[in-house]
Design a protein around this ligand. Structure first.
Ligand SMILES: Cc1cc2nc3c(=O)[nH]c(=O)nc-3n(C[C@H](O)[C@H](O)[C@H](O)COP(=O)(O)OP(=O)(O)OC[C@H]3O[C@@H](n4cnc5c(N)ncnc54)[C@H](O)[C@@H]3O)c2cc1C
Length: 376
């Protein structure tokens, strides 16, 4: 029996894979019910391929919005790099999907048997015994298991017990996210745009016919707190040199729908498992969101893990780590680096000039190396 901790993107997809492959499991989540907070998230073709295998692709498309063009621009919405996703659609069968995080969670939960998910069960710690592991929950209950899969996110309690030396790194950037109750102008309906200014950036994409997700990022000290009464005014001031769309999105969004998070990742761990305990998703390799791949990599983890447990149960965890480690850590590194470039201030014009000259073939090659799911 496998016990999965965490009903986020990674834990739920793992449960779906286990259902599909007939692997016995039970999932435990500390939240009382499905309630993923947050705004929009992009699901790239590599993630969609796995969700197709799990049988939920149609529901994801129904709940989200296809993004068939991704454009990096300056603050006036003038393109620096424009990437049509149509070639990706031809190659993989789909483009990227923008979807509200809560709706994605809903789709995944709905596809799973209710009795396999136990809500309101916060993991506390585990102990080892001769026949396996005992999981201790915050409510003092216990459960015996053969294997423990930690999908409990960047602040993973399982990881803190397994590798207490692990370190979360602050990127020096803070991010506001929001969902505006309005669609974008028709020309932007299926576009994802990221606008790079001097030391700040802004991104948006439509989530469905009625909502648009956005994010705003600036360099800041960590753990900043906003004053709700003045936050919108401050954001509007920050983005005053930008095109009107960002300012409209900020203005339209109810203040309670604006969230703030410092952008962090996990310093790469040397190992993702020990004996019968495995870390996956953000618990193992949280990345900054600059490439929109953190959730996609958690989804990929689920895919490979399920297959390796099925094909090589004795060594599944080590095969999983060997297969995934290099790809995932390259994404973590590249994403960290992209975040640094995005926040150039004095060198912003030079950066924009260089990005405009980047050969399309190079941009596409990089995109496909991320979108292409590697063989098992
Ligand atoms: C601003 C921002 C934008 C992003 N945009 C994208 C994007 O566009 N595309 C993309 O692919 N990724 C994106 N990501 C990354 C993505 O959100 C994460 O990589 C993804 O959510 C990781 O999934 P996970 O299941 O590993 O962890 P999580 O989604 O964090 O889920 C962890 C789950 O474990 C539960 N849990 C925690 N502790 C316990 C406990 N003690 N006991 C039981 N349960 C517990 C939590 O309640 C939660 O449900 C973004 C991230 C951020 C911060």
């Amino acid at each position: 029996m496998f016990s999965i901790i965490g009903a986020g993107i990674g834990g739920l997809t793992t449960a779906l894979m286990f259902e599909k492959l007939n692997i016995p499991y039970q999932l435990y989540e500390k939240a009382k019910q499905p309630n993923a907070i947050g705004a929009g998230i992009w699901l790239a073709p590599n993630a969609l391929k796995v969700l197709e295998f799990c049988g939920v692709l149609d529901a994801v498309f129904e709940a989200g919005n296809e993004v068939d063009r991704i454009t990096l621009t300056n603050e006036k919405l003038e393109a620096l790099a424009d990437s049509s996703q149509i070639p990706a659609k031809k190659k993989y069968g789909f483009t990227t999907v923008a979807i509200h995080r809560a709706r994605l969670q809903h789709v995944l939960v709905k596809a799973l048997p209710k009795e396999k998910m136990i809500w309101n069960k916060g993991f506390s710690h585990y102990t080892k015994n001769e026949s396996g592991l005992t999981i201790h929950f915050e409510d003092k209950s216990t459960h015996h298991t053969d294997f423990l899969i930690a999908a409990d996110g960047i602040n993973s309690k399982v990881r803190q017990q397994l590798f207490p030396e692990s370190q979360i790194r602050y990127s020096g950037q803070t991010c506001w996210r929001g969902v505006s109750p309005n669609p974008l102008p028709e020309a932007f309906k299926h576009r994802g745009c990221e606008l790079w200014g001097k030391g700040i950036r802004f991104g948006f994409s439509q989530l469905n016919d009625a909502e648009t997700s956005w994010f705003a990022v600036k360099k800041a000290e960590g753990f900043g707190v906003d004053e709700p009464l003045t936050l919108k005014k401050e954001l509007l001031e920050l983005y005053k040199e930008f095109h009107d769309i960002p300012k409209e999105l900020i203005s339209e969004t109810p203040i309670e729908a604006i969230l703030r998070n410092d952008i962090t990742d996990l310093k790469p761990l040397q190992n993702w498992f020990q004996d019968k305990v495995l870390l996956m998703g953000d618990a193992a390799h949280a990345t900054t969101p600059n490439m929109g791949q953190g959730g996609a990599q958690a989804i990929e983890d689920a895919y490979y893990l399920g297959h390796y447990i099925k094909s090589n149960p004795e060594h599944a965890f080590s095969v999983f780590q060997n297969k995934r480690y290099k790809r995932v850590n390259n994404i973590v590194k590249q994403s960290w680096f992209t975040g640094k470039i995005a926040h150039f201030s004095t060198l912003a014009s030079l950066r924009n000039f260089v990005f405009k000259q980047l050969p399309k073939a190079l941009v596409d090659k990089n995109m496909h190396s991320v979108y292409q799911l590697k063989d098992l």
